[in-house]
Design a protein around this ligand. Structure first.
Ligand code: ZN
Ligand code: ZN
Length: 402
């Protein structure tokens, strides 16, 4: 895929104001192209090559294959050692798109249902604008990561030397949020997105004929007790001013309609903002599962895994993000202390290594124009948001490197 010719104007033209030169690239066309490519975690080959080609066409140094399909574009001006990272995720979701859009995904069974096509376009738009900025003094790294959805891409890029090969003083990211006014910017210092842990409880009893309960140890009944008891963790033992979620999301058995199973598996998901709460959830899930099973003569084994780090915004990076956001949008569109949300985000891994800020950008409140929920088969990123994100990213870079 070669980079689009910026002079070739399609029917739909991006309104980008002064963020780009008059001959600037077409954000909407890039976004729609990326939307059609929609590749899932660690399979973002064509997506990666598209963003790499665009950056090469802007004379930005490009490194590919970082942590799998990750790409970093590096733009250096002047002599300063200051540096900043702008990060976008690249992956789509394994969801069959049903938007009916002209530019709907061409990949059977995968779509950009989380707006990562828009995130990439905003970083590319910033790259295009900054590549023409002669006043910068320092280095910008444009970081395109694979596999945000399973929470593995950031760690993969870091393990592949992201921060050693591309040192940066701070890193910034945006995620669109349906339900907030289009272009509204919302962030906060401290935890903004929850950490996510998962668990699998395997309950082993003794299966048998459905007509002879006296001969079995029924793990399904045990699992029902456990599912209910797990709901007491947050309700009865977490401080009400803290936040946590314990959700059982699936129960499977090895039984038939007329047989009591021997094994039942409960899978689930927990959310929290603090490592102490995460440890507490793990301990209580183990205690409840193991002891409840034992009380019924069964056995329970718990596997508890940590999937997403909590995204914790650095105070200095966040102060800068708020200052820049306030210069990009009107005061009523800038929320400097938005409530944290229980969803999780791979960006939290970067925040554990360098000062970082993650900001939410409103995708709109009306259904068809940005208000439909993330991860739904009819969701679409709102093009009206693109120029706001580009200006915000350019503002951050100019704040640090000018
Ligand atoms: Zn998502
Ligand atoms: Zn996402």
């Amino acid at each position: 895929m070669t980079a689009p010719n910026p002079d070739e104007r399609p029917a739909e033209t991006a309104v980008i104001g002064d963020a780009l030169s008059p001959k600037g690239p077409d954000l909407i066309r890039w976004r729609h192209h990326l939307h059609q490519l929609a590749e899932t975690a660690f399979g973002e080959y064509r997506t990666a090559s598209f963003v790499a080609d665009i950056m090469r066409s802007l004379n930005i140094d490009v490194t590919t294959g970082i942590g799998g399909t990750g790409v970093v574009g590096t733009l250096t001006r002047g002599t300063s050692r200051r540096s900043i990272g702008l990060r976008s995720d690249m992956d789509g979701l394994p969801i069959q798109e049903r938007t009916g859009l002209e530019y709907a995904s061409r990949q059977e069974g995968s779509m950009h249902a989380c707006g990562h096509d828009g995130h990439m376009t905003m970083v590319l738009g910033a790259a295009a604008a900054l590549a023409e900025d002669e006043n910068l003094d320092g280095t910008v790294h444009f970081v395109f990561q694979p596999a945000e959805e399973p929470g593995e891409g950031a760690a993969a890029m870091i393990a592949d030397g992201l921060f050693d090969r591309f040192p940066m003083d701070a890193i910034f990211g945006l995620h669109n949020i349906p339900g907030l006014q289009a272009g509204q910017l919302a962030t906060r210092a401290g935890a903004i997105m929850a950490g996510e842990d998962n668990f699998v409880i395997t309950i082993t009893g003794r299966g048998g004929h459905a007509s002879a309960p006296q001969r079995v140890i029924d793990p399904l009944v045990v699992s029902a007790h456990i599912v209910i008891a797990l709901q007491t963790i947050v309700a009865r033992s977490i401080d009400p001013v803290s936040s946590a979620v314990v959700s059982c999301t699936d129960v499977t058995t090895d039984g038939a309609r007329n047989a009591i199973p021997t094994v039942v598996r409960i899978t689930g998901d927990t959310r929290n903002f603090e490592p102490e709460i995460s440890s507490f959830l793990e301990r209580r899930i183990r205690e409840i599962a193991e002891h409840t099973a034992r009380a019924h003569g069964a056995n329970a084994e718990v596997v508890y895994t940590r999937e997403f780090a909590t995204t914790v915004n650095h105070p200095d990076a966040t102060a800068m993000a708020i200052r820049v956001a306030a210069s990009v949008v009107d005061a009523e569109f800038c929320d400097a202390n938005t409530p944290p949300i229980m969803a999780s985000e791979d960006f939290g891994v970067y925040a554990g290594h360098v000062p970082a800020n993650f900001t939410l950008i409103g995708n709109g409140v009306d259904g068809a124009t940005g208000g439909l929920p993330l991860h739904s088969h009819d969701y679409d990123f709102n093009n009206a948001v693109l120029p706001v994100g580009v200006r915000y990213y350019c503002g951050l870079v100019r704040e640090i490197l000018s």
